[in-house]
Design a protein around this ligand. Structure first.
Ligand SMILES: [Zn+2]
Length: 587
């Protein structure tokens, strides 16, 4: 498992030097955030429990996932919005949910303590519920958000409400400035990132003075007041799918920006005396459903490791990463999540499964692609979730033109290929890798690429990458799988149940079949996991026979919940990890 340290602690070591270097070299002071967080109150923290301490309860409502972006750290909080509008903070003992989005209807099982609901884990204590036309059905919480996440294409009708405070009723910038920032500059950013598929349109209203003090920070109250003021002035809120509340510098809030992750309508907050386009592009990224883009720091001798330090904002080539003045393109993992790569008319990502030499286009350019490569790194034996390498070739084009700035240009961003890793279904797993770990990490943030004629080997995954060439027209990368790869079918695992519908008391027979080159593979250890309709899980294992088949049997109890079950199997076949899932229904 990797560990995640507080970016504030991390930054206390060298971050200030790094930020100072950025400020000096770029000649700018525009970094994300203005002050350290102090005395912040999330919307969730205002909710009051109606019941006693440590009481085990089940609550249903809408999940809310809120980021607050301070200078050197992001603060992530979860809350449950109950049907009566009150909010209960959610605290997870482990694994807060990163497979869900704001607005998802969930059933939460935990213990109320001090007004918060304490839950064991995001994958076992939350159940996503969906409402169909004539009945309420329950689906498992372990099913990841679909790819792409919803509401990421077309014109995004955005209402920007400018508000100030009754004791600080200043208007630090003009309505026209906000219109230009959102509907020209940010619109250009999203149009380019989405290869022309997604735009930011809408209206700026205000300034309105709300009955709040600049010395306090209650973001949900600011939202409510801003909406009320806009409605009183004749705005029809239902014409918009994204709300942004912008207000003059409020030091009680401290953050530069804040946003829910996803949501329809989405809601974001912009704090400051001027409009920082990087902050707007970052917060809207959250609103679209993105988490942060991290750096995985494995020290000065390794690029990958089992217990690296994840630097929260460490991806210096992604607007969801390090604070900087530029609005860099979102990385491949993030764009795949949004559907802006490898979906519909978007440029493709080529999934590489056989040894060979592959060419990718400059990342910023549209067309059919491929604009990135994707290679399997590992498969979680329990969940079956796949972690991938993503390879992209950045050039100083469009919003990535900042790469021609000497601070980057003298490093290797445009003369090599970038490596990221990310895990299916988990929005908070985007990590930039440092292909030059020997250079100190804070310089390493500026030379993360694998340049021509350099190798990178992942012996656990059985793959070696060699950058062959990088030009302004794209990059060529050689990928070698151990054993030389195969031009025939790769080893793979398939899974099936003997029926699709079952009644209580019946036995489900789950068969996993391991093949390589189309032939069965014997003596493969297969891990099975069945996720029940209520999110609980049972696991087991079996070994394949001469026919390549391993069978796991599960007897369904009378007490098992009705609904959709997911049967998953994972195995490593001839050194190649693979997994598969199927569904069945308990009537
Ligand atoms: Zn953020």
């Amino acid at each position: 498992m990797r560990k995640q340290i507080s970016p504030r602690i991390y930054c206390s070591v060298f971050c200030s030097a790094f930020l100072l270097a950025v400020v000096v070299l770029l000649g700018s002071t525009a970094v994300l955030g203005q002050t350290n967080p102090q005395g912040q109150e999330t919307p969730a923290a205002t909710a009051q429990s109606q019941v006693g301490p440590s009481q085990r309860v089940q609550l249903e409502g809408e999940l809310e996932i809120l980021y607050q972006d301070f200078k050197a750290q992001g603060r992530l909080s979860y809350s449950l919005k109950l049907p009566d509008g009150t909010r209960v903070p959610l605290r997870f003992v482990k694994h807060p949910p990163t497979h869900l989005l704001t607005g998802d209807h969930v059933r939460a099982n935990g213990q109320l303590s001090g007004g918060s609901l304490i839950l064991y884990s995001g994958s076992t204590s939350l159940t996503k519920t969906t409402t169909t036309s004539n009945s309420k059905t329950t689906t498992t919480s372990t099913a990841p958000s679909s790819i792409p996440v919803p509401y990421t294409f077309g014109a995004q009708s955005t209402l920007v409400i400018l508000v100030n405070f009754q004791d600080d009723a200043i208007e630090p910038y003009a309505v026209a400035d906000a219109q230009n920032a959102f509907f020209v500059t940010a619109n250009n950013f999203f149009m380019e990132n989405s290869y022309g598929q997604t735009s930011i349109t809408g209206t700026v209203v205000g300034w309105y003075t709300i009955p709040e003090s600049v010395t306090t920070c209650n973001t949900s109250q600011i939202a409510t007041d801003a909406q009320n003021a806009a409605v009183a002035a004749g705005t029809n809120l239902s014409n918009y799918t994204r709300y942004v509340y912008a207000f003059p510098q409020n030091n009680a809030c401290g953050f530069a920006g804040s946003s829910y992750v996803g949501g329809n309508p989405s809601q974001s907050w912009i704090n400051g005396s001027s409009l920082d386009i990087h902050v707007i592009d970052h917060e809207l990224g959250h609103a679209f459903g993105l988490w942060h883009s991290h750096l995985d720091d494995c020290g000065t001798t390794a690029t990958i490791c089992s217990s690296g330090t994840v630097v929260e904002y460490g991806d210096d080539l992604d607007t969801m990463g390090v604070p900087q003045t530029a609005s860099a393109h979102y990385n491949t993992f993030q764009k795949e999540r949004l559907g802006w790569l490898n979906y519909g008319a978007s440029p493709s990502i080529q999934t590489v499964q056989t040894s060979g030499t592959y060419t990718i286009n400059p990342y910023e350019l549209g067309g059919s692609g491929p604009n990135a490569l994707k290679i399997l790194k590992s498969t979680d034996p329990t969940t079956g979730a796949k972690t991938w390498y993503y390879i992209e070739a950045r050039q100083a084009i469009g919003f990535d033109a900042f790469l021609s700035n000497s601070i980057y240009y003298t490093q290797n961003e445009t003369t090599g290929v970038l490596f990221h890793v990310g895990t299916d279904g988990d929005g908070n797993t985007s990590d930039l890798l440092d292909m030059t770990p020997a250079t100190p990490t804070y310089y390493g943030w500026f030379d993360p690429s694998l340049v021509a004629n350099q190798d990178f080997q992942d012996s656990a995954a059985g793959v070696t990458f060699t950058t062959e060439s990088v030009t302004s027209a794209g990059a060529t990368v050689n990928v070698q799988f151990s054993g030389g790869g195969s031009t025939t079918q790769s080893p793979s695992l398939a899974v099936a149940t003997n029926q699709t519908n079952y009644s209580p008391g019946q036995t489900v027979s789950i068969a996993a079949t391991a093949t390589s080159g189309g032939s069965p593979v014997a003596n493969v250890s297969v891990s099975f996991a069945v996720t029940k309709a209520n999110g609980s899980q049972v696991t087991g294992s079996a070994t394949t026979g001469k026919d390549g088949v391993a069978v796991y049997k599960l007897r369904l109890k009378q007490t098992d919940p009705a609904g959709t079950y997911i049967a998953g199997a994972a195995a490593t076949i001839k050194g190649n990890p693979d997994s598969a899932t199927t569904e069945f229904t308990l009537q």
